[in-house]
Structure formats: C-alpha cells, structure tokens
Design a protein around this ligand. Structure first.
Ligand code: 4UV
Length: 551
C-alpha cells in the first residue's frame, strides 16, 4: 500500500484558492449574519405579483415562523417538514424558520404528482407540509399516508378559512410559547432528493456544516463581483427553483448573504421574465442552459432589455461554447460587458465544487471553472481507475467539506458514491487543463437532465414495466435543442402484444411531473442491451445505430 500511495497523490488537484475555515455556525445564522447592516433593503420579491419583503421583515418572519412550528405545531428538533412551494418570498420564511426550529427540511417540486410527493415524503417520514392554496388537496391526500402527522401549513392563508389547516399569516401574527433548541452545526438540516449515479431518487443528507462550508467556499474574492465586498444592493433575477440545491444554496442563500435584492418568478413565462428585466433592471441573471438558449434565440428578447445586466451565471446542465457566444452576438455585448460565468455542482456537494473566477481568460469559455477553496479533484481512467493528467478524460472525483453526509437510510448507495477515502464519484466525465480549468464532456451515470431538472430513468422504467405486456425497457436521454435532453423509452414487448406508443406515453404522463414525460417518444426493440450483471447499458443507446427505432 505504501508503494502505491505516491502514485495516487500524482494528479491529485488541490484548489488554487486555498482553504476556508469550517465553523460551527448554523445555516440560518450564517445567511443572516449581516442583516442588521441593511434591514430596510429589499430582500426577496415575487416578480409576478410584486409581493416583497425587506431584510428586517424577513428576519422577523423567520423568527416568528420558527416559534410557531415549534410552539404551535409541536414539531421537535430533527423532525422532517416537507415544502411544496414555488419560488415565492415565503419560501425563505418557511425554510429558514424550520431550520431555526431545528427541523430538517425536504422540498418537492410543486409540479410533482401526488404519487411522487408521497414517495419522497413517506421515505423521509415527513411530519408537516407547507404549501400554497393550489396544492392543499394534494398535501391533505399525501398526509394520509404519513405517520404521526402534525399538520399542514397554508402559505398565503388564514386559519379560519379551512378547518384543520394552519394559515401562515395567522401563525406569524400569534405569539407562541417556544423554547428554540441550540442547533448543532453537525446536524442534518436539508434532505433534497437526487438519483445520484443510479436508481431512484434518494434523500441526500446535508448538514449545516456542509451548506455553510459551501457558502464560505463561494465567498472567495476571486469568484465574486466586488472582490468580496457585501451590501452593494445589486438586483438579481433568478428562475432556477429554490427547491433544488442550485436555487437554494447556490443562488438564494448566497445572494441573501450579500444583501442583494432577489427577484424571482414562481413560474417562468417569457412575458413575465422580460417584464422583470425591464422593471427591476437586474445586474446578474442566474440561469440554466435552456434559459440561456431562450435569451440567445427568442425573438421577443431585445438587447435593450439586458442593458443593466453585467453577469450571467449558468449551471446545472451542460452549456455549449457556441450558445454562450450566440448569446453575446444576439445582445451585441462583449465578454467584458457581460461576464459569462459557469458553475458545476451536484446535490450531493451542497452543490458547488467548480466555478469560473469572476474574471477569467476568454479562451476558457465553456469551462465549468476551477476548484473552489478546500476542494480537491481527481480525474480517473474509466478502465484502470488511475488518476489522469491534464487533457485526459475520465470520471471526475471530488472531495471537500461540502460533500454530503450520505444518502438517507441507504448505506449501500452511500458506499457506492463516496469511497473510503472520502471521494465523491460524480458519474460525470471530464478533464482539466494545465491552469486547472475543468471541462465536462459526457456522463457515465444514468441521470437525464431536462432543463436542469433531474430525471431518473429508473423511475420511468419502473412505471413502464407495470404494463403486463412489457418484457423489458430502458429509458435514455436524447439530445434536444431547447431542453438539453428529453427522455425516450426503448421497449421490448412480450410476443404478440400490441401495446402502443401512445398508451405508454399516456401512462407515464399520468404518474409523473411534466418534465419527466416521454418527449423523446417510444421505440420498440427486440432486446435491451444489458451487461453481464444484468444492468441496462444506458450508454450504448446514444452511440450506436443498431438501437435505432424499429417501429
Ligand atoms: O444534483 P444536481 O441536480 O445538481 C445540480 C447543481 C448545479 C449547480 C451548478 C452551478 C452552481 O453554481 C450551483 O450552485 C449548482 O445540477 O445534478 C448534478 C449533475 O448535473 C450536471 C452534472 O451531470 C452533475 O453531476 N451538471 C451540473 N452542473 C453542470 C452539469 C455544468 N455546469 N455542466 C455540465 N453538467
């Protein structure tokens, strides 16, 4: 073992930006640490309704929410609360109020069907749900399968309107007798769901320390607009959901720390987005690649609307260099006038591991960036497992204090993802250059990314397998100009069965959120390629004509 160690140390990359101290602050304390310096600055605004709170009011509501969850709903530290909320200002009240009360939050996409929400909330044993009026019936239905359920919170409602439901307004107005706990920074505070490299979505256990470390890592002057200075009052416009790790920690918490005005849309429409560009004059846009494509190609986006914008942050799925350049051409800006920044992350790493510096050489455009402080990387050969040198592609491995504690109730998946030396196996294929800029070129994992959203092939495959006529199935991501990828099903039917493409598509559509629908269609095959262990070789589909549609 001593002989191989030096070999392993070769091609082990450390961040060029040093280390950050991992403290003992809780996430909410860290995020709102400087709030007293700018209490009357606008904090979060709903870009659709205009509803807005300043920092002082936000802090007050968070404290009152924590007291209500603990004192009125009787939720105890460590218990889980599920949020089914779009990007609205009250999202911040609920999530930080819950964390202040020592609760563990899990969030679901409001577009989910009740089956999807139930699966997630039952898996981590949710005791209370907070949602908006539209989804109260879904919350009530889901709550029937939850043990020792303590109550539903109606964000935007009053107590007396629906019996048995707690209106958030009433909760915040009343005084509650609560003894808030001392929260330990090593405690888990967030369980987002991710399918990781394989299988169904799993709960990702993130501690205060994981999330705070990551916020400290990205608050490194080189990666920041004002070299680390806060309180400049910039306006940011953001669409990525707060119920995904990019939207929550990478965007929301990061910009709250800086005292920025966060304008967000609960639901993206081109008209609302353009209205926000004109009305709020944001300096920074946080996007996923499909939104960048919209900005670069949609006829209704005029260059005048982007006059206030000086930087755009893009992440969560692959971005092409040509799309970044197309965008600059469309808005007639130079790379100095609008900085195109890219970040790479995973739910399992809180999320940021790589980021482009605020100022970086133009020839590196398309790179996912450099390692943030306290983060190490290796790129390993897919065949030999050895660590590779510059410009050699292999699987990207990452290590740092932002890496999750593990998957919830799933030691096996944890062991498959984080090895004994603490390396997170990303399932992404990439390389680095001599200046330690990284590039993603492919993926070994099964995950499909539709407009930055995770889609687990296994989840769709198991629904298709429910048809008694289906003998075998594989779901694969197919390239799509706008969404990046869309799911397509390859199906083997039992002899003489006549199940149609439409029947398969409709059944998936009934059970899963829209972005998981089979937009890539269905193809019928004679056999699904599987390896010796019986695992579907998802990767083969993209490569070979032999799997082409035979229907
Ligand atoms: O688990 P997840 O859904 O997590 C994310 C998190 C994304 C980011 C990106 C930039 C940030 O600054 C930030 O705060 C959060 O998407 O999916 C993880 C997988 O998404 C792909 C890759 O396959 C990951 O394993 N992915 C994420 N970012 C990029 C990407 C990227 N920049 N380029 C290519 N693929």
């Amino acid at each position: 073992a001593t002989q191989t160690a030096p070999v392993l140390e070769t091609n082990l990359l450390n961040s060029l930006y040093g280390e950050v101290a991992v403290g003992n602050e809780t996430l909410t304390d860290h995020v709102f640490k400087d709030v007293n310096l700018w209490p009357s600055a606008p904090c979060v605004t709903c870009g659709t309704s205009g509803r807005s709170y300043d920092y002082g009011m936000m802090q007050l509501m968070i404290e009152r929410c924590a007291a209500a969850l603990s004192g009125h709903l009787k939720l105890s530290p460590g218990e889980r609360i599920g949020l089914i909320l779009p990007n609205i200002p009250e999202f911040v009240v609920l999530i930080h109020g819950a964390m202040k009360a020592g609760l563990v939050v899990t969030f679901a996409n409001p577009l989910y069907t009740s089956d999807e929400v139930r699966r997630q909330f039952a898996d981590c044993n949710v005791k209370a749900i907070a949602t908006i009026e539209m989804f109260i019936p879904m919350a009530s239905e889901v709550s029937k399968s939850l043990k020792d359920y303590k109550g539903t919170i109606w964000v935007g409602g009053d107590d007396d309107k629906v019996t048995g439901i707690h209106g958030l307004r009433s909760l915040l107005m009343a005084d509650h007798d609560a003894d808030l706990p001392d929260v330990d920074a090593n405690d888990v505070c967030l369980i987002p769901y991710s399918s990781g490299t394989t299988g169904l979505p799993k709960g990702v256990m993130l501690t205060h320390k994981n999330l705070v470390s990551n916020l400290k890592q990205v608050q490194t002057p080189k990666f920041m607009k004002y070299d680390g200075e806060k309180g400049k009052g910039d306006v940011i416009l953001t669409v990525p959901p707060f119920f995904h790790i990019y939207g929550f920690n990478g965007i929301l918490n990061y910009n709250l720390i800086l005292g920025y005005h966060i304008v967000s849309l609960p639901k993206f429409t081109p008209d609302d987005y353009i209205k926000c560009l004109i009305e709020y004059q944001p300096s920074t846009l946080f996007v996923v690649p499909s939104l960048l494509t919209f900005l670069a190609t949609h006829p209704s986006v005029k260059k005048e609307y982007l006059q206030s914008v000086d930087s755009i942050m893009v992440g969560a799925a692959p971005t092409t260099e040509s799309m970044l350049e197309k965008f600059l051409l469309k808005v007639e800006k130079t790379k100095d006038q609008i900085k195109l920044l890219q970040g790479y992350g995973m739910t399992e790493s809180s999320p940021v591991t790589l980021l482009t510096p605020y100022i970086y050489p133009y020839e590196k455009i398309g790179s996912i960036g450099q390692l943030v402080p306290s983060t190490q990387a290796r790129v390993i050969s897919l065949t030999t497992g050895e660590s590779l040198g510059p410009h050699e592609s292999g699987e990207l491995l990452l290590r740092g204090p932002q890496v999750m504690k593990g998957y919830w109730n799933n030691e096996e998946a944890t062991k498959e993802t984080i090895d004994n030396d603490g390396w997170l196996h990303t399932g992404d294929i990439g390389y680095y250059d001599k200046e330690h800029f990284f590039y993603i070129v492919d993926r070994t994992k099964e995950l499909i990314k539709v407009k930055g959203n995770q889609v687990s092939p296994t989840e769709i495959e198991s629904i298709i397998m429910e048809h008694p006529e289906v003998a075998d199935v594989a779901v694969v991501g197919m390239p799509d100009a706008l969404a990046g990828e869309v799911p397509k099903a390859f199906v083997v039917l039992k002899p003489d069965h006549k199940l149609t493409e439409k029947q398969i598509i409709d059944n998936v559509a009934q059970k899963l959120a829209k972005y998981k629908h089979l937009a890539g269609g269905v193809a019928f095959l004679d056999a699904i390629p599987r390896n010796a262990a019986g695992k579907i070789m998802h990767h083969v589909f993209g490569e070979s004509e032999k799997w082409a549609d035979k229907s």
